[in-house]
Design a protein around this ligand. Sequence first.
Ligand SMILES: [Zn+2]
Length: 170
Amino acid sequence: MTSSIQDIDVFALCKEHASVQGQLPLSALSRLHGDLIHTTDAVSYHVSGSVDDEHRYLLHLSITGTLPMNCQRCAEELSHPLLVDNTLQLVHTEAELDDEEEELNAIMSGKAEIEKIVGSKNYDLLNLLEDEIILSLPIVIAHEVCEQTLPTSVGEKVSPFDALMTLKNK
Ligand SMILES: [Zn+2]
């Protein structure tokens, strides 16, 4: 099921202004497995290609869904909302990645430069989607407000008897 998007002519996708979309099973995102509680769910992806007025090959990516992860503060489960919406420019060679003249033009014209990637006729779109998901993750995954407070360790627990003794000694 996922193998089809691992071998895609992304330049043709742009030329034809075509798009691919579907479900991406979490089980296919092997680089994320270490951070996921389970991999039974899937996220949705939509990738569309276009060629703009400046003959740039553009790939628009959107990925939505939730990732089952552990909160790094309270260690409870957390559904991390995934919302990737990015546009990348496809180039043919590594050399085109650092086109200084183009970068300068972008700065001069006040346009934000689009991130470039090297495309191919048999491009691994799954790998790119996985990259984008990883890049979208915050450094610390945590609830905005944790519901559970961490249980105090047994050694620190104050017994009612001890509390009573403290009161008496006052
Ligand atoms: Zn938490």
